[in-house]
Design a binder for this molecule. Structure first.
Ligand code: HEC
Length: 142
């Protein structure tokens, strides 16, 4: 049953790459990026898809879900409900010299003022993803 076996492998791969996501995010990712389920696709095409398509999109989605779970309570829509001047818009970030990946990573790890540090609560990869998400949103005007 090669066709069924191949479907099964695709399913396992999809679950493996997305198991850290919330169900809704996983559904969104899988619906938006149908895995090459048909055995007519070459193994090469499947490898290429998995190596550059899925992880990159997953990074963006994971940054977003990490933001929702950990940052949004104070930074909904890029605002700062505690200290409004220090919002996550590009101009505020530039004004406070925070439009910089390593500085935000540092602040997320260690906290600053009323912002708690997330070291120990978020993994390095999650911090990198959430910072990439913040910078992308700032660039796009939230
Ligand atoms: C409990 C509320 C709270 C949470 C949760 C929180 N922040 Fe903050 N954040 C703040 C406050 C308050 C400041 C301003 C700190 C200061 O005094 O410099 C800030 C500042 C920032 C800044 C700098 C903004 C600027 O214009 O200088 C960034 C970037 C940032 N937060 C990102 C994040 C990210 C990413 C997360 C989630 C991982 C997060 N924050 C979670 C309260 C929070």
């Amino acid at each position: 049953m090669p066709a069924l076996q191949s479907l099964r492998n695709c399913y396992d791969i999809a679950m493996h790459f997305t198991h850290g996501l919330a169900t809704a995010d996983r559904r969104e990712l899988l619906v938006a990026n149908p895995l090459p389920l048909l055995p007519t696709r070459s193994a090469e095409a499947t490898d290429k898809y998995l190596s550059d398509g899925v992880p990159r999109k997953l990074g963006g989605l994971q940054g977003e879900s990490t933001f929702r779970a950990n940052c949004q309570v104070c930074h909904f829509g890029g605002e700062d409900t505690i200290n409004p001047a220090k919002n996550l818009g590009k101009s505020a970030l530039e004004k406070y010299s925070m439009f910089d990946e390593s500085k935000i990573v540092n602040q997320v790890k260690n906290g600053n003022g009323a912002m708690p540090g997330f070291r120990g609560r978020l993994q390095t990869q999650q911090i990198e993803d959430v910072v990439a998400y913040v910078l992308k949103q700032a660039e796009n005007g939230w």
